[in-house]
Structures are given as structure tokens and as C-alpha cells.
Design a protein around this ligand. Structure first.
Ligand SMILES: Nc1ncnc2c1ncn2[C@@H]1O[C@H](COP(=O)(O)OP(=O)(O)OP(=O)(O)O)[C@@H](O)[C@H]1O
Ligand SMILES: [Mg+2]
Length: 485
């Protein structure tokens, strides 16, 4: 339980790119299956590692008491048993690791299949998905069988050597009796002690060693995750950001996902309380630009400064306290409306939640449901329409009421009627806030203080609506297309 808690606590603060570059099913598998495998090793610890050596010591003591010569003879068998145990132990660990990797793949395949079930059905891909699943499952099975075989070989080899040892003891013992150097009573005692204490303990220890190796294969994968530290962390000298007094400035900002450059030499200063709209074709880098403000990613070059302080020198918690985000991908938790909206500010009271929902024009819809605010919205909000989901995410941001507002296509799923209402709520919210708005529908950003046109990661035009429309600009071209004028 502690390892699982510790692992979860360790994974959650990792950067966004950490999760983007991993399969979530694989992470889930490490938190469940790998820890289960590790746990296996702990049960062995109490069963064998403590008890069996004690039995072994007692056994040897008694064996020496009965006949020290025969005891010395049994020592010859020890290395013969140890060698296969070590060899198979290594194999068990190696195959165990591989089968856990494949189990991770299997878990991820299931996660993807079920979360994309709509697409699977729409394209009639059930059969194909099943074939894919069977392929991954059989790969996992093969690796699992390798582990099982190595474990079986380990057990049977030790068993075989053990029996051989016992036979040798009896034969040699018989020979020693006939030469009259040992009494039949002592030989009987010696054989009993060797068979029931010494050799059984050795056999059990050998088996346990195999199991321990298997559990180490899980533990090694768990520790691998624990050894990776978050890349975006607080600087030791980081300061608390209390409020924004003047401006947010992008200074020569360059950004690349891995090696693919997305933003080039962005210079932009936004005064406190201004509304900045960012427009540009799909894939120009608008969302990426705004992802840099809450430090979802750090700039590759250049810096973003709030009142002259680089955001990398600000405590992340205090930075995020200042920002409310409505992101392009609407995401809701499979919890109630109330809990989803409260995500914006946990300590808000019932009235505040309802006021936020009213402003986002979703209150009436919620109260008409039989369970009202306690209605659960389904996984990723599947039980809601696109526009309803979007309005819940807006309510969440309204409730947070933070000084910096980031709206990425926040009203894109709304009909013109709802959009007008929600836009009014957002206009109220934007008062005295520093706002970044991304919108494809240019009608929603006419009143922005400044419009930035982004093209392939560069700012190509900037100005107010009137300035940009007054000259031959990219913005004007787009505006004409949208309004057919
Ligand atoms: N997480 C990511 N990892 C790697 N590349 C990414 C990632 N997110 C976006 N990109 C790439 O970065 C570029 C800019 O993407 P971005 O999402 O910022 O575009 P956008 O201007 O918001 O487009 P849209 O209007 O379609 O939302 C795209 O070429 C995209 O392929
Ligand atoms: Mg985008």
C-alpha cells in the first residue's frame, strides 16, 4: 500500500510531456500489476527467508552431532544446487520483467480500446480490435510461459539434485556402517535430519530465490519510475507570486516539442487587464504559446516574465493560483456537476457554484435534471452534449476567478444563442483580468485590445481589429472569408 501511494505521489507531479510520451495503460499496469508482483517477494521474506535458514542451522548442528564425516560429505552437494538456482534465477528475473512489459501493453490496449469505443463502433472495427488484442495477449502469454518454465525448471532441478543427494547419503552411509565407523542409530538420525531439515530447507530456499527474482522484476520496474524526477520543478529560490501589478512579457520565446520547433522568436508584452486575442491557422502554435504561461512546458529559449520575474523563478503553485484555464480539450471527471465545477476552487460554497453555473448558462439545464448538481456526468462527460460540457468547464474557470484567464476556443461548441449569453458572462469575467483568447470565429474577438496573428510559430501581424482590417493583412483576408464580405 505504501509503495503504491508513494509511486502515485511521485508520478502526479511529473511534467505534462512525461505523460504525453508514455502510455497511460502502461503506467496503470506498473501501479497495479508490477506492485502485485513485488508484493509476492515480501510474503516469501517471512515464509522462507527467516524460517528456512534457522531450520538449516539446526539441521546442520544435529547432522554434525550424528556424524561429522557424513556432514562434510553433504557439503559437496551445496554448490551443485546453488549453480542452477543462480542460473534460473537470472532467467526468471529477465523473463518476469518482459512479461510485465507485455502486461503493461495489454492493459494499455484495453484502455485505448474502451476509451475509443465510439470510434471503434463507428468504423466497425470490433473484429480488428479483437484480433489486435489477441495478438498482444498471446505475446504476453509467451513471455509468461517462459517465466513459468524457468520457475518449473528451477524447482525440478533442485528437487532432482536433492533426491540425488539423499540417495548418495544413504549409499555412503550404508558403506560407512559396514566399515563400523558409525552406528546404525546415528546413521538413521543423520539421514532423518538431512532429509527433513537440511535438504528440505535448501530446496525451499532455492524455490524462494526463484520467486524473489520474479518479484524483483516487478520491483525493478517500480524503482525505475521512482528514479525519474520531474523536469519542471520549483527553483530553490523561487518566490511566491501574490498578484500581477503590471505586465506579462514573452521575451524571444522559442519552443520545440522534442526537436520540432513550434514557436520562433515570440516577443509580446501584455499589460495587466488587457485582452489579447491570438488567431492563426490550425497548427500555427496558438495553444502551445499559451501552454507556456502555466508552465505546462518550459520555453526552449527565451523567457516569460511576470512583472519582470521569470516564471521559472516563481513557485508553481502560486503561479497556477493566478491562472484560470478553459482549454481546447474539454475534460470532465466522472463525478457530479458540483464536484466538476468545484475543481475550480475547492472551498467555494453552494451559492458560488450556482452563480458560476448561472454565468456559464448551464444552471437551468442542471437544475432540470432529477438529481440536479449531484448528477454524475459520465466518463469524460459522455452523458453531456459538447456545448454542455464546454459550459461546465467555463463555469469551473468562472468559479476560480483568477487574475489571468486563458480561453482556448472556449465557446467553439456553442450555438450562436448560447455563445452570446456565455460571451456576456465571459466579458464580465474578463473585466480587470489579463486575458488570452484563442478563437477561430473572429466575431468573438473583435473587442480585444490587441490581436496577434500567428503563422507557423511566428507573430506576423499585431494590432487592434480596426488597425488590422484597415490594411491588407492576413487577418483581413480571414475576416473576409468568414463574413463573406
Ligand atoms: N504535445 C505535443 N507534442 C508534439 N507536438 C505537438 C504537441 N502538441 C502540438 N504539437 C504540434 O505543434 C504544432 C502547434 O500545435 P498547436 O496545438 O499549438 O496549434 P494551434 O495553433 O493551437 O492549432 P488549432 O487551431 O488547430 O488548435 C502542431 O504542428 C502540432 O502538431
Ligand atoms: Mg489549439
Amino acid at each position: 500500500m505504501d509503495i503504491r501511494n508513494h509511486l502515485c505521489e511521485h508520478i502526479l507531479p511529473q511534467s505534462l510531456s512525461y505523460f504525453e510520451n508514455r502510455k497511460s495503460g502502461e503506467l496503470i499496469s506498473r501501479l497495479t500489476n508490477d506492485i502485485n508482483a513485488t508484493q509476492f517477494g515480501l510474503s516469501i521474506l517471512f515464509d522462507s527467508i527467516l524460517l528456512q535458514p534457522m531450520r538449516l542451522v539446526c539441521g546442520f548442528g544435529l547432522a554434525f552431532y550424528f556424524s561429522w564425516k557424513l556432514s562434510m560429505f553433504t557439503f559437496i552437494f551445496l554448490p551443485i544446487i546453488v549453480i542452477p538456482v543462480l542460473v534460473f534465477g537470472r532467467k526468471i528475473k529477465k523473463y518476469g520483467r518482459r512479461s510485465l512489459t507485455h502486461l503493461g501493453e495489454l492493459t494499455d490496449a484495453m484502455r485505448e480500446m474502451f476509451s475509443g469505443i465510439r470510434t471503434v463502433k463507428a468504423f466497425k472495427m470490433e473484429d480488428e480490435e479483437f484480433i489486435e488484442f489477441k495478438t498482444i495477449n498471446s505475446r504476453f502469454f509467451k513471455r509468461m510461459m517462459q517465466t513459468v518454465k524457468a520457475k518449473a525448471l528451477n524447482a525440478s532441478t533442485t528437487e532432482f539434485i536433492y533426491s540425488l543427494g539423499l540417495a548418495a547419503v544413504i549409499i555412503v552411509g550404508g558403506y560407512v556402517i559396514s566399515s563400523k565407523t558409525i552406528s546404525p542409530g546415528s546413521l538413521g538420525g543423520f539421514v532423518t535430519v538431512t532429509a527433513f531439515l537440511v535438504l528440505t530447507s535448501i530446496k525451499k530456499l532455492a524455490k524462494s530465490y526463484g520467486k524473489l527474482q520474479e518479484s524483483l522484476s516487478g520491483a525493478s520496474r517500480v524503482f525505475e519510475l521512482l528514479d525519474q524526477h520531474p523536469t519542471i520543478t520549483d527553483n530553490p529560490d523561487a518566490i511566491e507570486l501574490k498578484e500581477i501589478n503590471n505586465e506579462i512579457a514573452f521575451k524571444n520565446v522559442n519552443f520545440a516539442y522534442d526537436t520540432i520547433p513550434v514557436l520562433k522568436d515570440i516577443n509580446l508584452t501584455v499589460q495587466k487587464g488587457q485582452i489579447i486575442a491570438i488567431v492563426g491557422e490550425s497548427g500555427a502554435g496558438k495553444s502551445t504559446l499559451l501552454d507556456l504561461v502555466p508552465r505546462f512546458y518550459d520555453t526552449t529559449n527565451g523567457s516569460i516574465e511576470i512583472d519582470g520575474t521569470d516564471i521559472r523563478l516563481i513557485k508553481r503553485d502560486s503561479l497556477l493560483d493566478q491562472i484560470a484555464i478553459v482549454s481546447q480539450q474539454t475534460f470532465l471527471f466522472n463525478r457530479s456537476f458540483k464536484e466538476n465545477i468545484l475543481y475550480g476552487r475547492r472551498d467555494a460554497n453552494k451559492e458560488e457554484v450556482q452563480d458560476a453555473a448561472k454565468a456559464a448558462n448551464i444552471h437551468n439545464f442542471i437544475t432540470n435534471l432529477p438529481k440536479g448538481y449531484d448528477t454524475v456526468v459520465g466518463e469524460q462527460g459522455v452523458k453531456l452534449s459538447g456545448g454542455q460540457k464546454q459550459r461546465v468547464t467555463i463555469a469551473r474557470a468562472i468559479l476560480k476567478n483568477a487574475p489571468i484567464l486563458i480561453l482556448d476556443e472556449a465557446t467553439s461548441s456553442l450555438d450562436s444563442g448560447s455563445e452570446k449569453l456565455v460571451q456576456k458572462a465571459l466579458d464580465n469575467l474578463m473585466k480587470d483580468k489579463t486575458t488570452f483568447v484563442i478563437a477561430h470565429r473572429l466575431s468573438t474577438i473583435r473587442h480585444a485590445d490587441r490581436i496577434i496573428v500567428l503563422k507557423r510559430g511566428c507573430i506576423v501581424e499585431a494590432g487592434t481589429h480596426d488597425e488590422l482590417i484597415g490594411k491588407e493583412s492576413e487577418y483581413k483576408k480571414q475576416y473576409k472569408i468568414q463574413f463573406n464580405t
